[in-house]
Design a protein around this ligand. Sequence first.
Ligand SMILES: *Cc1c(COP(=O)(O)O)cnc(C)c1O
Length: 388
Amino acid sequence: MQTHDALMFITQRPEVTFMRGEGSWLYDANGEAYLDFVQGWAVNSLGHASAVMQEALARQAAKVINVSPAYYNEPMERLAARLAELSGLDRVFFTNSGAEANEGAIKLARKWGKIRRNRAHEIVVFEDAFHGRTLATMSASGKRGWDKLFEPKVPGFVRVPRNNLEAVRSAIGPRTCAVMLEPIQGESGVLLFTDEFLQDLHKLTREFGVLLILDEIQTGVGRTGTMFAFESAGCPPDIMTLGKGLGGGVPLAALLARKEISVFEAGDQGGTFNGNPLMTAVGDAVVAEVSKPEFLAGVREAGDYLAQQLRALSVELGLGEVRGRGLLVALELGEPIGKQVVELALEHRLLINSPRPACLRFMPALNVTRQEIDSMVAKLRAVVHAGR
Ligand SMILES: *Cc1c(COP(=O)(O)O)cnc(C)c1O
């Protein structure tokens, strides 16, 4: 048995050490199989041990792993071109984490505001938002219980309620450079902005001449059934961030912007590992796979099936609402038993997440099968029964 003593405490983890994975399954030190509907927190787009990723990793590792961000490398150029083509945004900067991409988005918006909008620097953000765990992104977040953490906060964020256009309108002033939001708030429990609100918000930002920043770190790269959530919502951003599913499991994130807004000058932005060829080669293989029309159709089909099965289970067991889009789905439990359900699910060899006390979130691999969804629902039924 290994000891965890040398690891700094950051969260309570269950007493299980995972050794390997395959598709939607993880295996512990005893070879026990766990059905994984967390997938590295909506990260492993192609599931565990994907052949596509293994091949890209091995091929690139044999060529070159790191050349420094001071030089161009081929996978970085290839993935940037692919993302620009898919998103309609012209310029891409790669980072190692979502929080770092959002820091970059905040910096870019402030720089743009300084030179193009008379030093405007404030960013309108939303209640319940999650943008990461650096000081600025924690300050931009509206996560409950975070308002007093690690003070003093980074100033310059004005918070408004979700789906309230008038609140956004009154929050925008001469000092505002941008409005920043997740099209679906994943970490706070898959809380949706309506398409109507997102379209009106897009119009409002045009009207006031401020930037629209979409944090698609969780919703992007196929998760909601289109390549990016903004496509189905109809609100093209000026700046967008990607992370999580972009690398399919390797640390890779990105900041994208229209070319008119890409105003960084030499020295403004950078980082040792940014755009390194090993990670971008894997990201390129993942994005090439996920962006295939038949792959995205599969995500929509699996997402519909998952939501349908969860609705049936909810009716059967007297639980609450099912909501989400594609393979980012939440189930309301009706009472604050999420933590117990997650613990009991682990005993039933099922990995799920409870982002709120009375809510479960499902974020399986994007290539999850109907049989795996059926197995998950059967396990969940047993877990809820056992907990009663
Ligand atoms: C996970 C997440 C982040 C932070 O990404 P990290 O890679 O953990 O830094 C930011 N925004 C959203 C919407 C996320 O889901």
